[in-house]
Design a protein around this ligand. Structure first.
Ligand SMILES: Cc1ncc(COP(=O)(O)O)c(C=O)c1O
Length: 456
């Protein structure tokens, strides 16, 4: 298994050929899921005592299994938050794997961690956080949000009065599901300000003023969103920051999706106030063109994260030794063993330069504006709200929820596009509407037009 033989050489050629074909393809096919039983019937038993051989396994992958996936970088995949890793980043993902680096401690991963930190310096510079702020790459936004919540809670619990209190955080209903899920993991209560639109400082102040004395004692953090997943809305970060400072509460900004837009001059002002946050989540695997998985958590004071996350064990003591000194990513988030997942981003940034990133991100915003105009020109559809960042919510006039679902399936089945419905709060009810989220700069105006034209 660990020997070099002719089979390995052939497998290497096959893998390289597949990779080159895939990354040089400009129009990958939109695959569709099949039931597990169907896939099993197609590929049969793959895990056997003797093994089926790399050639056979790879053939099954190419012929059947790969086709049951939807490539996130398809230009007409505008569902959820898609992705569009650069070809340089994808290639370096292979190099990252081939290099077998343990990315937890400097002692073992100095070269890789150095590169990650170079990329991280650029990301931190976009936030405007003060000198000393820094971050680490995580498996995604969920892990980044959890790392931040735990850091905030541990910092709060440094005070004896709160040692045995169950914490409470405030966010809005527009916040991503991972905030609610991670509050559960951290066993903290969560209170939702009732808006899916911008959460203003005033809404937050009203919510805080309405807390019981006991709730106020337990309140330790507020989570604002820098680009909601559903509609690309940015909370009033300046207003929220001011309240958090006055009330002495941790301010976390979840910019997992929207964080890339910090590089875009056209919308940077919408994020004003983010520089006053205590922690910020940004996912390079969303709008910074990294392959999965690559999230990031940034702290104004990384020492507080270290106090919360640094693991202790006699087998780990060597890493704290003078001879092994350096930046240890494990100390600042929930994972110990970790892939140097910021490495593909570093290579891509080094290859293309930050200006190209800025342009590609601006293109996502421009595509949302183009979609807005095309929707206004098309009598069958109308905007639900003005496009925000790279998200567009629109309705097909006269359609019921089941029409949106049917249309989504039809377009997906024919391999044309993946555009999924969502819901938007309209008064007291939730309306089913259609949604675009643009990440891929290769999406064209024609793509958008054909998708809208297919809503007949
Ligand atoms: C605003 C926001 N926060 C957090 C997440 C969760 O990120 P991940 O899926 O990388 O864990 C998402 C994912 O879409 C998001 O949009």
């Amino acid at each position: 298994m660990h020997k070099i033989d002719i089979e390995l050489v052939e497998m290497t050629m096959d893998v390289m050929k597949y990779t080159i074909d895939r990354i040089s393809s400009t129009n990958p096919k939109i695959g569709k899921p099949k039931k597990a039983e169907e896939l099993k019937a197609l590929v049969g038993e793959t895990i056997t005592k003797e093994g089926i051989g790399g050639e056979v396994a790879f053939k099954k992958w190419r012929k059947h299994l790969m086709k049951a996936n939807v490539p996130v970088d398809h230009p007409r995949n505008l569902a959820f938050v898609p992705a569009a890793p650069t070809r340089a980043a994808i290639m370096f993902d292979l190099v990252t794997s081939a290099s077998s680096i343990h990315g937890a401690y400097w002692m073992e991963g100095a070269g890789g961690i150095f590169c990650e930190n170079e990329a991280m310096k650029w990301i931190v510079s976009l936030t405007g956080l003060p000198e000393g702020a820094f971050g680490v790459f995580t498996s995604g936004g969920t892990a980044a949000n959890l790392s931040a919540i735990v850091t905030a809670r541990e910092h709060w619990r440094e005070h004896d009065a709160f040692k045995r209190e169950k914490g409470l955080i405030i966010t809005s209903i527009g916040a991503h599901s991972s905030i609610k899920a991670m509050a559960k993991v951290a066993d903290v209560d969560i209170l939702l300000v009732d808006t899916e639109d911008v959460m203003y400082g005033l809404d937050l102040q009203k919510t805080i003023d309405g807390l019981t004395e006991q709730q106020r004692t337990r309140l330790f953090a507020v989570v604002g969103t820098g680009g909601t997943t559903n509609a690309g809305i940015i909370d009033d970060l300046e207003g929220i920051a001011k309240i958090c400072e006055n009330e002495n509460i941790w301010f976390h900004v979840d910019a997992a999706y929207g964080g890339g837009a910090l590089a875009a001059d056209s919308v940077r002002h919408l994020f004003n106030g983010i520089e006053r946050a205590d922690s910020i989540t940004i996912d390079p695997h969303k709008w910074m063109f990294s392959p999965y998985d690559c999230g990031a958590i940034i702290y104004k004071d990384p020492e507080l994260a270290k106090n919360a996350h640094s693991q202790q064990g006699s087998y780990l003591d060597i890493f704290k030794d003078e001879g092994a000194h350096g930046f240890n990513p494990t100390d600042y988030q929930i994972q110990l063993t970790r892939r140097v997942r910021g490495l593909p981003l570093w290579f891509s940034l080094a290859t293309h330069g930050t200006d190209r990133y800025k342009e590609a991100i601006e293109r996502g915003i421009e595509l949302a504006q183009i979609a807005g105009r095309l929707i206004e020109e098309n009598p069958n559809v109308e905007l639900v709200r003005a496009p925000s960042l790279s998200c567009v919510l629109y309705r097909r006039i006269g359609w019921k929820p089941e029409d949106y679902t049917h249309w989504t399936y039809e377009n997906h089945k024919s391999g044309f596009a993946l555009v999924t419905p969502t819901k938007w709060k309209n008064g007291d009810t939730f309306e089913t509407v259609s949604r675009f989220c643009f990440i891929n700069p290769d999406t064209t105006e024609d793509d958008i037009k054909s998708i809208l034209d297919s809503m007949v």
